[in-house]
Design a protein around this ligand. Structure first.
Ligand code: ZN
Length: 77
């Protein structure tokens, strides 16, 4: 008999919300933690194209990226 242990996994995701930088913008994006670079680049391009502002990847990371826990059972907190 095989015991199939089902752990409830919690993964960490990265989330950026343009709303924190530009009032009224609804751009948000969430990626897996190991996709940090892509998240930063897409956000930088968005801000440059939509708002005409130049942020460095470091500025975006420090000021606008949040780390969020994502439970795989799909519940919100
Ligand atoms: Zn925006």
């Amino acid at each position: 008999m095989t015991a199939n242990v089902h752990d409830e996994e919690t993964t960490t995701a990265l989330q950026v919300a343009c709303d924190t930088a530009v009032s009224g913008c609804v751009f948000t994006m969430r990626t897996e933690e190991n996709d940090r670079e892509r998240l930063l680049e897409i956000t930088r391009d968005h801000v440059a194209e939509q708002h005409g502002k130049d942020y460095t990847l470091e500025e975006i990371e420090e000021q606008h990226v949040e780390t969020v826990d994502v439970s795989t059972d799909g519940h919100d907190h």
